[in-house]
Write a protein that binds this ligand. Structure first.
Ligand code: SF4
Ligand code: F3S
Length: 102
C-alpha cells in the first residue's frame, strides 16, 4: 500500500506533511506534492498534518480522486524531494476556506 496526495493539495502546497515523513518520500512541482509509493512506509503520520485533508491511504482514496494514485506514482520519482516546510502557495488560505476548512 501507499498514501496518496489528491486534488486539495493543488494550489495550496502547505507542506506541513513533509515535516513528519520519516522517509522523505514527498516530491513536488510548482502546484502540489506527490508521494512516491516505492518509498512510503505507510506510517500515516502525514494524514492529520494536512490542513486541507489532501492525503489518503490508498485504500481510502475517494472514488472521485482515484486517478491520483497513478499520478503520484508516475510524477513523484521524476520530481525533487521536498522535506522542509516552505511557504504555502499564494492564495492557499483563500483556497483552504473555499474548500471548507477554517
Ligand atoms: Fe511519509 Fe508516512 Fe505519509 Fe508515507 S504515510 S508519505 S511514509 S508520512
Ligand atoms: Fe499538500 Fe497538504 Fe502537504 S496541502 S503539501 S498535502 S500539507
Amino acid at each position: 500500500m501507499t498514501y496518496v496526495v489528491t486534488t486539495n493539495c493543488q494550489d495550496c502546497r502547505f507542506t506541513d506533511c513533509v515535516t513528519v515523513c520519516p522517509v522523505d518520500c514527498f516530491h513536488g512541482d510548482g502546484r502540489m506534492l506527490y508521494i512516491d509509493p516505492d518509498e512510503c512506509i505507510d506510517c500515516g503520520a502525514c494524514v492529520p498534518e494536512c490542513p486541507v485533508e489532501a492525503i489518503f491511504a490508498e485504500d481510502d482514496v475517494p472514488e472521485s480522486e482515484q486517478q491520483w494514485t497513478a499520478i503520484n506514482a508516475e510524477k513523484a520519482p521524476q520530481l525533487p524531494v521536498v522535506n522542509e516546510k516552505g511557504d504555502a502557495l499564494p492564495g492557499a488560505d483563500e483556497r483552504k476556506k473555499a474548500l471548507g476548512f477554517a
